[in-house]
Write a protein that binds this ligand. Sequence first.
Ligand code: KG4
Ligand code: ZN
Length: 345
Amino acid sequence: MTVLALETSCDDTCAAVLDREGRALSNVISSQLAHEAFGGVVPEIASRHHLEQVNAIVEEAMRLAGITLADVELVAATRGPGLIGALLVGLSTAKGLAAARELPFAAVDHLQGHVAANFLRGSEPGDVPFEPPFLCLIASGGHTLLARVEERDGFEVLGRTLDDAAGEAFDKGARMLGLGFPGGPALQRLAAEGDPAAFSFPGSPGELRRGAPRKAFADGLDFSFAGLKTALLYATRELSPEQLSERGPDLAASYQAAIVQSLASRVERALERTGLARLAVGGGVAANGPLRERLRGLDVEVHVPDRLLCTDNAAMIASAARFSEQLPYPEYLGLDAYATGEGPG
Ligand code: KG4
Ligand code: ZN
């Protein structure tokens, strides 16, 4: 069936159309740049931008796909988790579009969307959907999740972050080092000139080399980046501005290595525990070079969807919708959004 999907859970206004075979006919993403000056996403600004842009983005997605609303057979939108005001814009718009033609509706969990990005065909010739079973690592600015995917309509959470998301750790670290937002790419560039073992951060090669005691949660599958962030803060405080700029590359390299180690060690452990031999990686942090290198070095088949499908987009929501419950009109009109990862509750 032809699916029109919307995604507005954070700061990207997204709409996409999938054809009956599940190919993306369009995947429009409008990123909001207004947040850069604040060093992070401002929820109220995000909602307003979504409201201003959403209709034009939906029109554009249908125009690029060469269809009109009359061709749409299923409408979908992200229901949560995310920023509640932002989610409500996409969810309400999508419900309105579906109701106008009494179409069925699928309310999609954002993380299920990231998982379902793997079921899409990429743009490279020969790209084929990555089918379950697989282990899935999703690491972005908003979430860090390790999931066991056995079916196309769900996943089992094996680990998640106890505090910051991995991308957030990159962004906050980059800010401490005087780099812009989002900080991941800039931190990676600075780190390329540094020594990853120069500083002894929790989980970094420097700490492991010095034989420091392992942290209490280190044998589990959950993630935590708060201690690492504090360690970087203390390290920067001890340096003068001149020393800081001189040691910047070493700090960035050690900090990045600790994040990569935290992600990769849990992936390795989860592969071992589940016996899965295939790994999918998604979220903006999947673009990180050293992380990709480390994961590609594992003795498993690794799938990383196209960059546009890895970061927030609506094609992944449409993909999840194909395998989700589809509510007939008018059962979905009362659906509400949910902000946290706990689900509709
Ligand atoms: O999935 P995504 O585009 O969006 C949201 O989470 O909303 O992820 C963005 C995150 C940011 O935290 C950014 O710093 C991080 O992904 N990121 C990276 C890299 N590229 C993007 N982190 C590390 N290395 C990168 N090359
Ligand atoms: Zn996301």
